[in-house]
Design a protein around this ligand. Structure first.
Ligand SMILES: CC(C)(COP(=O)(O)OP(=O)(O)OC[C@H]1O[C@@H](n2cnc3c(N)ncnc32)[C@H](O)[C@@H]1OP(=O)(O)O)[C@@H](O)C(=O)NCCC(=O)NCCS
Length: 142
């Protein structure tokens, strides 16, 4: 039979856990003795992209930073944003920016050294929804 031998990835964790239970049965141990769970899987993420500032050049924009509630308070969020900062510096970014709702954890970002530009300089975030965007685009004569 042809088969492929390859390194495993996080996506394989579910099937690997199944195999761990199967090998327990192979050794005549009830699968309930297997105490490991999938909690070693992905419990949070940071999603970012590059933007460009006329003053500062390339910036990193963090769109999402999220840690599952049951895993919060274990320095995971901090490590995620530190990793994003490391990537930003490695790619020559002068700044890291993100927008968050006031109800979200603004204290977390302040704790990591971020500044609230709305409070400090009075910036507002403007948004053109798709209909407004299309109207604006339709007005362009060039
Ligand atoms: C914000 C979030 C990512 C923090 O993740 P976390 O893994 O719980 O945070 P950490 O354990 O890494 O916390 C790191 C430090 O920030 C502090 N901190 C965490 N949340 C905080 C908050 N809401 N306000 C103030 N400080 C906070 C911690 O006490 C810790 O302090 P320490 O360095 O003195 O120990 C998480 O709460 C989350 O996913 N929230 C919902 C999504 C969200 O709001 N995203 C936007 C985030 S800016």
């Amino acid at each position: 039979m042809n088969c492929i031998i390859r390194p495993c990835t996080v996506k394989d964790c579910k099937v690997i856990l199944q195999f761990i239970k199967e090998i327990a049965v192979h050794y005549r141990v009830p699968p309930t003795e297997v105490k490991v769970t999938l909690e070693g899987g992905i419990v949070g993420y940071v999603l970012s992209s590059f933007t460009y500032s006329t003053w500062k050049g390339r910036n990193l924009y963090v769109d999402n930073l999220y840690v599952q509630p049951q895993f919060r308070g274990q320095q995971i969020g901090k490590r995620l944003i530190e990793k994003a900062a490391q990537a930003a510096v490695a790619k020559g970014c002068g700044q890291l920016r993100m927008h968050i709702a006031k109800t979200n954890e603004m204290g977390f970002l302040a704790r990591q050294g971020g500044q609230d530009l709305t409070a400090k300089e009075g910036w507002s975030l403007f948004h053109f929804k798709e209909d407004a965007l299309r109207r604006l685009a339709a007005r362009s004569k060039f």
